[in-house]
Each structure stands twice: as C-alpha cells, then as structure tokens.
Design a protein around this ligand. Sequence first.
Ligand code: UDP
Length: 241
Amino acid sequence: MTLPKMNRVLLKLSGEVLMGDQQFGIDPAFVLELAQEVKAAKETGLEICLVIGGGNIFRGMAGAAQGMDRAQADYMGMLATVMNALAMQSALEQIGVQTRVQSAVQMDQVCEPVIRRRAERHLEKGRVVIFAAGVGAPYFTTDSGAALRAAEMNCDALLKGTSVDGVYDSDPKHNADAKRYETVSYGKVLADNLRVMDASAVALCRDNDIPIVVFSIREKGNLARVLSNEGVQTIVTDHTA
Ligand code: UDP
C-alpha cells in the first residue's frame, strides 16, 4: 500500500529517541540529527506538526509504580515533554528551520499556549509547530496528544517515529520469527493489543480516519524514504488500497 499525497503531517517522536545511545536524557548531537530529518521532510513542501514524548526523562507510570501520586507524576511527565520540545526547537532553529512551541500546560515565559488558529498561521508561514505537554491532562500519554493534534490540525497522517521499523505480530526483540505487518487495521491493533500507540490514541485516529505510519526514526534518511513511499513501515488504516 502506498501513502496518499500528503500536505500536512504530524510527526510523533518517542522521548527515548532523543537519548541517542545514552540511557537517559537528551543527546544534543542526536537531536540535531533528528532535526536534519525534519528539515529534509519539510523541504519536500510538507507542513509539519511535531509531538515529542517525555519517556527519556520521566514517565508518570514509573513514578506511580514507585509510590508517587499518579496525577502528580503525570504532570512531571508533561513537564519532561516541554523540555524535549525546547531541545528540538533549539536544534531546528540552529539549522535554520523556524519553529514555535505550543504547550497544553500554559508556560508563558517559555512557549505559547496551544491555540489552534495560531498554529495554523505558523504552519502557513512555513514554521514547524511543536506541541508539548500532550493533551495537558494526567492519565494520558503523548500518543493521545499526537492523535488529538493530528485530528484538530487536519493532518493527513500521524507518523510515529520510534526505535522499531513497524508493527509486528509479536515482540521482534524477543522473537526472531516475529512478522512485520505492511498494513494492519485499527481494529486488529486494538483487539490484539499490538503495541503501536495506546488504545485511546488508536481509537481517535480510527474515528477520524487518520492513517498511522509506524517507522524507525533511528535510521538516517528514513523519514524522507517513508514519505516518498520507499521506506520500511507499517501503515495502520482501514483502507487496503
Ligand atoms: N503525560 C500526561 N498527559 C499527557 C501526555 C503525557 O500525563 O497528555 C505524561 C505521562 O506521565 C507520560 C509522560 O508525560 O508518561 C511522558 O509522555 P509519554 O510516556 O507519552 O512519552 P514517550 O513514551 O512518547 O516518550
């Protein structure tokens, strides 16, 4: 299956890809490499919205597992996504890509609040808009934030850049015979609990007919290959052709 012609996409990057080869935190050199990928994609004429996770710094569930109040831990996770958004903003602007960060948790001194019409204007002007703090509420993840922004910004697809090159029928890290899907339906992802994104994010994409493209962002040039239909990826969709 090939991807339809796209004008605007939402790129979701897991926080862990910002770590590079580190075990934690942000590797600025690797963030710069990611920024180059985004720049190359933008130069093909695409409008790009970005959502970055926070798992490289803090995950609410991990805090809760250690006895913290879950909602409080989730707010810490949201703040982690703002740090990542600022790191990516800095890298993109270093290589001449204009950006704006909009956070779902208001933080006037560091970035704009999420205002859809303003984000539209930024995209029209050729800026990359980085949406931080997910949906701005605990008990959600940045996957849900990505699905929400993809829907409200009328994106043609949600591109999920992660450490694996698609969706498998079992964990490829533990099963050498794991099979990668070329395409898979939202229903199968949900019924088989395939680890693409969390269920609320998948359901939101299904309800709004937004294809989810899962691919590895760790390989250089892969984002551009995926966008030109020459990459390795899995497309989550209910359309088969
Ligand atoms: N988070 C939240 N609400 C949101 C988005 C994020 O509470 O709308 C918190 C949650 O604790 C999550 C953390 O922020 O664990 C980091 O986001 P996520 O786990 O999605 O990051 P990723 O796995 O993509 O790196």
